[in-house]
Write a new protein. Structure first.
Length: 691
């Protein structure tokens, strides 16, 4: 009989429960336990407070020998005994009442769900709430309680399965209307907006969240108190002041001014639900997180850095690891990488912190623990690792915005490795309406990056009309949002467009704008690209000294940022400059360096450009006669005309060069010949048969 009772309790049973259940005094109970232990069926715990079955098969054999009706009776009695304990385990109590088919399981399942939710074990919480909901639906349950359970389940599903979350919340809203529950209606409307955010329907998300916020803030105090999770005084409420999450949503979708206005506004009289004071108030974590993103996009990196730090401190104090991971990842993507690119140690540290936080929140369903590492791996030239991490993240399943970022990175990688159709396929998947996509239809950082990628692909293919359409869309998105981050990159693309179109004046103008945007606020990667482009434009028109200055600045930034691919692109531009000035051997040496950097990356388009320039240099070396003093063919042309008595403007007109370029050629000629005057240069030309 004792074994049967213990088997009903579980694999392990407390003597404090087993004795009352068996109706035995302490002496009789211990005698029976000792007999079972001698028979090798039970084992006592070292503290003498518990017994456990020596083997699970023993317990199973005994349990299956109990009739179903008696099992139900035993489970009900065990549930009652456990519930009467000073600190009952809600999961254990709920389990026994469930097995007894006793309606008292419902409140205990809810308590178990609340405990799991407070511990951020959200999958477990969903299981408990759904079990309670199923029991309510079997009998004539409380419809109002059913509405609240549906709300809680919908809220917890917002990350992993937001579409299902909307279904639960729609039903909660229907029930709220039936029973006239304003608090439930407000909370469900707001939370449905959160689900739509993760689905990617940002317009509906903001509409629902705004309406929900308005409704929540007009609730009387006693109704607001009903929004708390449960009895744990240290628990985070299900809904605090929800404006904080709305600030995040406004910022990430590009409504920057609205996010800043709402985030910086202070609200008086809102109760603080946690014991951590203002810093620990969950709303402030979201508010600072949203402000940080808005500041970063608006070109205020210092303010963004401070706000991110404050948000992370709050999330860390609350133990909200999932949101801590997301916020840390945003600090990396929107602040550290664009504004502090040279601080490579900071990038790795933030990526590690994000992965660690997501690891602690694994039960939320976020399994892409190394997602934050992907852009850092791309920057430092570890492309194969970045690709492997991206593919692993996609296999693991990711909610909306995270998945978009992974596909975007894979698209950028595909372009760099010479697979433009793959990149275009990602763009079509993420932005099916193409350049007609309405601003705000995607998270702003994702949207403008996709527009840049699409523009670059069109420029690569020489599709100027299509490139212009994408670039005009890019400008619309920036103007609509007021974003500063991304302005420089857009100007670089416009400069490349006009360069291909043959309008060098416009190309130069946009390149200089790109440099200005990248300088204030300072964005090292954007600055690097602007300097490189200006160097290439100067090379095109023969402004070799200016080209050298810009390209050396670009190279120094590439080294400081530990960005090998960017360095290779800049070395290629310097090789072209050397080729233009006749320094063929130097150009070939530089091409060897570019080739060595790009081959491990699989950067096929860049390698093709290296090969084309290498062939040109080889042909030039074969076809061009060797001139004395290391003079280039162009320098010989200039020297011949000077020896004939032509002035610099006349030489420029004859050779279709600018007077400034002629002056640069002459300085180079004087240096090579070791002379200081036109007369000395003329004498050299005559004596060496060049005049």
């Amino acid at each position: 009989r004792l074994l049967a009772l213990a088997a009903a309790v579980g694999q392990e049973a407390a003597l404090a429960v087993l004795g009352p259940l068996a109706g035995m005094d302490e002496e009789a109970l211990l005698t029976a336990v000792e007999g079972a232990a001698e028979a090798g069926l039970l084992a006592e715990s070292p503290d003498g407070l518990h017994v456990r079955f020596a083997h699970a098969l023993v317990r199973e054999a005994v349990y299956t020998g109990i009739s179903p009706a008696r099992r139900r009776l035993l489970h009900r009695r065990i549930g009652e005994l456990l519930a009467a304990q000073p600190h009952p385990d809600p999961d254990a109590v709920a389990m026994h009442f469930q097995r007894a088919a006793d309606g008292r399981a419902v409140p205990w399942l809810v308590r178990a769900g609340e405990r799991a939710q407070l511990a951020y074990a959200w999958l477990t919480a969903i299981e408990r709430y759904e079990a309670a909901l199923a029991l309510l639906q079997v009998g004539e349950g409380d419809i109002a309680q059913e509405g609240w359970l549906r709300y809680r389940i919908g809220r917890l599903r917002r990350y992993r399965t937001p579409e299902q979350g909307v279904e639960y919340l729609d039903e909660a809203l229907r029930i709220a209307a039936i029973v006239g529950d304003r608090a439930l209606a407000a909370a469900a409307r707001y939370t449905r907006g959160l689900c739509f955010f993760y689905i990617g329907d940002y317009e509906t998300a903001i509409r629902d969240m705004s309406a929900g916020c308005d409704a929540l803030e007009t609730l009387p105090p006693d109704e607001q108190e009903r929004l708390d999770l449960g009895p744990d005084e240290h628990g985070t409420p299900t809904v605090t002041n929800p404006r904080g999450l709305l600030v995040i949503t406004l910022a990430i979708t590009g409504r920057i001014a609205e996010a800043v206005t709402m985030g910086e506004a202070t609200r008086e009289g809102v109760p603080r639900h946690t014991p951590l004071g203002e810093l620990g108030w969950a709303h402030h974590g979201d508010r600072f997180g949203g402000l940080a993103n808005a500041y970063a996009l608006a070109g205020r990196p210092g303010a963004a850095r401070d706000a991110h730090a404050r948000a992370r401190e709050i999330y860390r104090a609350l133990g909200n690891h999932s949101t801590l991971g997301a916020n840390t990842n945003q600090a990396l993507a929107l602040v550290s990488l664009p504004y502090s690119t040279e601080q490579t140690n900071e990038h790795w540290q933030l990526a590690e912190e994000a992965a660690d936080a997501w690891g602690r929140a694994i039960s939320t369903g976020e399994r892409s623990l190394r997602f934050a590492y992907i852009p850092v791996l791309m920057l430092v030239g570890r492309w194969s690792e970045a690709c492997a991490e991206a593919e692993a993240a996609l296999r693991g399943g990711m909610p909306g915005t995270f998945r978009m970022n992974v596909l975007l990175i894979l698209g950028e990688l595909a372009r760099a490795q010479g697979a433009p159709e793959v990149a275009r396929a990602y763009i079509r998947e993420l932005m099916p309406s193409g350049p007609q996509t309405t601003p705000g239809g995607l998270p702003l950082p994702v949207g403008i990056a996709l527009l840049r990628l699409a523009s670059a692909l069109c420029l690569d293919a020489g599709e100027l009309a299509n490139a212009k359409e994408w670039l005009e869309a890019y400008d619309r998105w920036l103007a609509w949002s007021g974003a500063v981050l991304g302005q420089s990159e857009g100007q670089v693309l416009w400069a490349q467009y006009f360069r291909l179109a043959g309008d060098m004046t416009q190309a130069r103008d946009h390149a200089e704008r790109a440099l200005a945007h990248a300088t204030e606020p300072r964005q090292p990667l954007a600055l690097l690209a602007a300097h490189r482009l200006l160097g290439e434009l100067d090379t095109d028109v023969g402004q070799f000294d200016a080209a050298e200055t810009h390209l050396q600045a670009s190279l120094a930034l590439a080294d400081a940022c530990a960005a090998p691919y960017e360095r290779a692109l800049t070395l290629l531009a310097i090789a072209k400059l050397r080729a233009a000035t006749g320094a063929v051997e130097q150009a070939q040496t530089l091409l060897d360096g570019v080739r060595a950097a790009c081959e491990p990356l699989g950067a096929k388009p860049t390698l093709a450009r290296v090969a084309a320039l290498g062939e040109r240099l080889a042909a030039t070396a074969t076809a061009t006669p060797a001139y004395p003093a290391g003079l280039s063919a162009r320098e010989v042309e200039v020297l011949r005309l000077v020896a004939q008595g032509l002035t610099n403007p006349q030489v420029a007109e004859r050779l279709f060069l600018s007077p400034r370029t002629v002056e640069q050629h002459l300085r180079s000629i004087y240096n090579k010949l070791g002379v200081a005057t036109r007369a000395g240069a003329t004498h050299f030309a005559v004596t060496n048969g060049l005049a």
